[in-house]
Design a protein around this ligand. Structure first.
Ligand SMILES: [Zn+2]
Length: 335
C-alpha cells in the first residue's frame, strides 16, 4: 500500500521543494508549474481562458470598496453541498488518486503538494494540499502556514478557509494562494488611519480595522515562535469564549514581507447568509470565504452579479462575521 502511494506521489510530483531549498526557488517553481500545466492540462488552460472574460464591478460601501467578479465557472464551488453526508459520498478532489491524470504539483517539505487551481479567481491561483486525506484544521498547520507564506514571499498571499467557513473540501487539509495584494483588504490592513491597536506584547502586535463592515483582526510579528504561541493561545481563549471545543469559524489571509508576518483573521459567525437558502429568484448565490471577505466577491450567476449593491454586500458581511467586540473580549481574557 505504502509503495503504491509512493509511486502515485512520484507520478504526481512535478518538482520538489525541501527545507534546504533556497529562498525564491518556490516562487519560480510555481511559475514554471503553471506554464507546464497550462500546456499539459486542457482543463487548466480553459479555466485561465475563461478568467480572461470574467466581468468585474466595483461597489463602494460605507468606508470600504469591494469588487464583484462574475465567474460562472465557480458554480461548483459556490454551490457545493457541504453536508457531511454529501462530503462523505463524493470523491475527494484533493486526494492524489482523484487528481486528473495530467495534474501535477510541487512536493513541499514532504507533506504537501502545491497544485494549480483549475477554476481560477486570480491570474495565479494555487492550492496547497496535504498529501494525506486529513481534515481541514488550523492549529496543527499554523507552523506550515507561516513557513509557506515566507517561502512564497513576496509574490503570494496564503489563505485559509475554516471547515465551516467556506472550505469546499472540509475533509482535506488545504490552503490556497493568490497574488500578493490581489485583495482590497490587504491594502486596507496597512492603512494606518484604519487601524485600532489592541495588543502589543512579546514581539506580537494586534489591531482591528475600524468601521470596516466586518471584523478584521490584523496580527503582525517578526518572531515565528512568539507568533505561533500567540496564535495558539488565541485559539484556546476563543474556544472558551464561545464555550465550544470546535475550531472557531474563521478565514485567514497570511503574508510575509521584510521579515514580518501579517495575518488578517476574519472571525465568522455563520458559513452562508440566509439569502443563500431562499428559493427561486430571491436566492443569492454568494458563499463568503476568505476571498469574498477580503473584498473580491465572487458571483457565479449573472443575475446576482447585476443585483449586488452596497446594501446587499454590507448585510451579507454583517450577517456572516462576528462583531469586533469578540476580539476585544478574547484579548482581555488573554492578558
Ligand atoms: Zn482527500
Amino acid at each position: 500500500m505504502i509503495s503504491s502511494n509512493n509511486s502515485l506521489l512520484a507520478q504526481k510530483t512535478y518538482a520538489v521543494f525541501s527545507s534546504t531549498s533556497t529562498h525564491g526557488t518556490l516562487v519560480q517553481l510555481c511559475h514554471n508549474l503553471m506554464e507546464q500545466q497550462k500546456l499539459q492540462w486542457p482543463q487548466l488552460a480553459e479555466g485561465y481562458a475563461a478568467l480572461e472574460s470574467v466581468r468585474i464591478r466595483e461597489i463602494v460601501c460605507s468606508n470600504y470598496t469591494v469588487s464583484v467578479q462574475f465567474n460562472p465557472n465557480r458554480i461548483r464551488s459556490t454551490g457545493a453541498d457541504l453536508n457531511p453526508k454529501a462530503i462523505q459520498e463524493r470523491n475527494c478532489f484533493l486526494c492524489l488518486e482523484h487528481l486528473p491524470e495530467p495534474q501535477k504539483g510541487i512536493l513541499y517539505r514532504d507533506e504537501f503538494l502545491l497544485l494549480c487551481n483549475p477554476v481560477p479567481i486570480f491570474a495565479r491561483h494555487l492550492t496547497f494540499s496535504s498529501i494525506h486525506h486529513i481534515p481541514q484544521e488550523l492549529e496543527s498547520s499554523l507552523s506550515i502556514l507561516l513557513d509557506l507564506s515566507r517561502d512564497l514571499s513576496p509574490d503570494f498571499t496564503v489563505f485559509y478557509n475554516g471547515p465551516k467557513s467556506g472550505a469546499s473540501a472540509p475533509d482535506h487539509l488545504h490552503f490556497q494562494m493568490s497574488p500578493r495584494r490581489a485583495l482590497p483588504i490587504e491594502c486596507d490592513a496597512v492603512d494606518m488611519r484604519r487601524r485600532k491597536r489592541l495588543y502589543y506584547k512579546d514581539h506580537v502586535a494586534g489591531c482591528v480595522l475600524m468601521n470596516y463592515g466586518r471584523t478584521a483582526f490584523v496580527v503582525e510579528s517578526t518572531n515565528k515562535l512568539r507568533l505561533l504561541e500567540f496564535l495558539k493561545n488565541i485559539l484556546e481563549v476563543w474556544k472558551t469564549v464561545l464555550g465550544s471545543t470546535e475550531e472557531p469559524k474563521m478565514n485567514i489571509l497570511c503574508s510575509y514581507q521584510e521579515d514580518l508576518w501579517r495575518l488578517i483573521i476574519l472571525p465568522r459567525r455563520k458559513h452562508r447568509p440566509d439569502i443563500y437558502f431562499l428559493e427561486g429568484d430571491d436566492r443569492v448565490l454568494i458563499s463568503p470565504a476568505a476571498v469574498d471577505l477580503g473584498g473580491l466577491v465572487v458571483t457565479p450567476l449573472e443575475k446576482d452579479f447585476l443585483r449586488a449593491d452596497a446594501k446587499l454586500i454590507e448585510s451579507i458581511f454583517a450577517e456572516v462575521t462576528e462583531p469586533p467586540e469578540l476580539i476585544e473580549k478574547i484579548l482581555e481574557k488573554l492578558q
